[in-house]
Design a protein around this ligand. Sequence first.
Ligand code: NDP
Length: 284
Amino acid sequence: MEKNYRAELTGVFGKPVDENPTGVMEEAAYREKGLNFRYLNIKVEPEDLGTAMAAVRAFGMKGINLTIPHKVEVLKYLDELSEAAGIIGAVNTVVNRDGRLWGENTDGKGFVTSLKNEGISLNGKRIVILGAGGAARAIGVECALAGAWKVTIVNRSRERGETLAALIGEKTPAESVYVPWEGAYSVEPETDILINATCIGLYPDINGKPAVDYDTVKPQMTVCDVVFNPPETPFLREAARRGARTVNGLGMLANQGALNFTLWTGQEAPVEVMEETLRREFGL
Ligand code: NDP
């Protein structure tokens, strides 16, 4: 019998990467599908990114994830980009297609899929996003491409907020406005979906809560958090107390991981196994 002891390689380049749980979920999915694939957390300094991307080709890696601080910088080492990654201007997933490196951004797509799995459509919806960083950019652009009617960006720093609203307005069919974040934000009553895309509430800031007038959150709204560690944040608790439907950040994380799995292996991802692995990892 012919044996193959060579594993296919995937992983993440970033700094820090020690606490990144993506590999646990990807490797659980590889095992579930009987694939001899590995996922490695690899610490890469900013000045070493070029060498690391050359190694993706040299090692014949199937692909790689990028996290802080490499998501924008990596663009200069890629041969092609997806439409969304081109608009967002950041890449979190690279696929090695016979030595040609193709960049995609699965963060926003993972978010859109997590809503779809809850039976929530974005078509014609009014979305409010708190934050204008990497996660907010990906979510804003993908929600707009998925049919949202209006995307309101609420951000502390004016420049970042205005830039994202202008980007969505120019590059997608959705309308987009910037609202300065001064004091507690009052949610407009016609809002369908309110999203925290800031890092407020992320471990160790587990009691942190975005400055929102929570009494303006209404029962007909869906309220989502990108923070997944811990998954039940004070932001979601306040929204649930007002009767809103809530969606935590674990679904986004699992679904972006599932999209990566499919891009790298060509197979359908065992999403339930991935979600279950994450829940176990977080002791839920
Ligand atoms: P960035 O650093 O790019 O952006 C952070 C954003 O949060 C900025 O808009 C910043 O505003 C805002 N912000 C931070 N602190 C405050 C504050 N005290 N008050 C108001 N605004 C604040 O981070 P990312 O976008 O990369 O990550 C954001 C979150 O998304 C993280 O918690 C990350 O874990 C999560 N994430 C979750 C994923 C998932 O799959 N669930 C995937 C990717 C990210 P300003 O511009 O004014 O500085």
